[in-house]
Design a binder for this molecule. Sequence first.
Ligand code: WT7
Length: 670
Amino acid sequence: MSKKSSSAGTNISSLLQEKRVFKPSKEFSAASRVPSMAAYKKLWNESIRQPDRFWGRHAKSELVWMKPFKKVLQWKEPVAKWFVGGQLNVSANCLDKWLGTPLANKAALIWEGEPASDGKPGEERVFTYAQLHREVCRFANVLKRNGVGKGDRVILYLPMIAEAAIAMLACTRIGAIHSVVFGGFSAQSVADRIQDCGAKLVVTSDGGYRRGAIVPLKKNVDDALILKNEAGELLAKTIEKVIVVRRTAHEIHMAENRDVWWHRELEYVDAKCAPAKMDSEAPLFILYTSGSTGKPKGILHTTAGYLLGAKMTHQLVFDVREDDVYWCTADVGWVTGHSYIVYGPLANGTTCLMYEGAPNWPEPDRFWRIIEKYRVTILYTAPTAIRAFMKWGDEWVKKHDLSSLRLLGSVGEPINPEAWMWYHKVVGGGRCPIVDTWWQTETGSILISPLPGATPLKPGTATLPFFGILPEVVDDAGKAVPKNSGGKLVIRKPWPSMLRGIWGDPKRFKETYWSEVKGSYFTGDGCRQDEDGYFWIVGRIDDVLNVAGHRIGTAEVESALVSHPAVAEAAVVGRPDDMKGQALVCFVTLKTGQQSSKELKNELRNHVGREIGPVAKPDDVRFAEALPKTRSGKIMRRLLKQIASGVEIKGDTTTLEDFAVIAKLTAAEE
Ligand code: WT7
């Protein structure tokens, strides 16, 4: 077990010693839209002092409107309405906008499939803007044909294939609300999400490829559609139709009158589909994410503000230019895939690459091979991947010509300075700036990040706020803390791409984000601001873990564990992990008569995998006779975290009910 904590970004003292600074190169500053710190400050000041003027101007110039908006912002905490009275369509802003321009025949989406297990290279598909427009219109008509209309919810449970982007855009074209469910989630998770948002239709595929194996997506949907709650009611009873993309072509079950093939349906429709006029605040998508309690919450984003945030940040943070080949390696099942594979890049007319497979299949040079093949200029990936590449060795990177790269990005968790330096030197050849972008599913787009032509970089910090964003580090009373002290990260002002709510649960929305610190949005992250005003994110301070860039709620895993017949009680904590940032450690007490064993340990790991999905499989299950509790019965997670990390028990244990518990837990075999 590793006791180092550097990779998790939680080791503040080592971060405080980071003194390296990388100034923007002259060449970069000269060509980028925000060419200096002075230019950044001037615009940022305007965006904070006169937000209506700033956002009004950009909303007009960046978006194509079907009806102009009357008012920039109507704010009554916690309810925001941006660009009130306006109408527009997201797919029209991403596609129709480019028709009749030289970009119509430019590559919008380059899709590369996973190589086959027999070594055959992966397939390749390229869609120009005109072709993508056509495919989106056709599939929008398929959705209509299958009974989907404005405001209906559609679940997309797909692998990383072009149809995922096409389906998302097709929903926006007709005003349907999509909810993408990551392919690594289980049937149970699919059913829970269908039930929560009352979805009418699922788009899935027969299967997806993952390191040569098939992920049985359609089978999972079949299972999800027959799951029942404790009262014996079907969870997914609102589903009327399932549209299936043929990807793996292995045998699957197609239910009569319910399941239809994507390619068959296309035969019945034409390629004409006018974009629906949508209000600025019409719901655009719901994306489920883990919180500190209960089931995942459906984060709601709306039309105009979200699109403006995704477009502007993509343009300015990545400094995109007309000839860029841009690659974001995230899955469309996460918000990064929404904002920075689909909506931001297409709204900017960028050529966007999408890759189906894993970074180390069939060999650990997969990414570098792709960069060389397509002459990728911008790469946006996650620290957990970067640390894996470091481990696999420089030789895999050096085998390939990466001289096309000009900018690198990082997202999902704090990047430790060591990984930053490696990314900079080995991947970026020392010439590419790195944008470390901080944001969340809830924020819709990047809130804290360098701008490559303006901001001097320091390894390990997301640096400064984007336009219109006013972050602050505060104490428990909500007061700003002095520079260099730790505190909670809050955002003081509303911004266009902010979440508009939790689907069906305004109370939880208010409690989670707007009650912790008065008058501010609470991020759930711990942070420190240095003497230059740079923000150093330390990681989550609530009961949410960030495992390999995936957000997992400890409460969710605990409830999955106690749903197993052998388990009496469970507590889940994170421990620092060199590769994944955090690893998931479960402490479990068993019901009387149950015996701990290696088999049971595996069984519990698999049980969580079945309940939530392979992404949430615990790294470690430890059996205990009892869990440490306060006299009032609260599990002492702080103690468990220390035990899980193998560090000495520090701090106040006087509230502990039974001291003997700790000694036993510490001694418990791993
Ligand atoms: C949490 C949000 C944003 C898309 C991917 C994750 C952590 C994200 C950074 C960064 C330090 C980061 C935070 C945040 N996080 N980016 N650059 N530096 N931490 O979205 O699943 O909603 O998770 O990821 O803890 O709260 P998400």
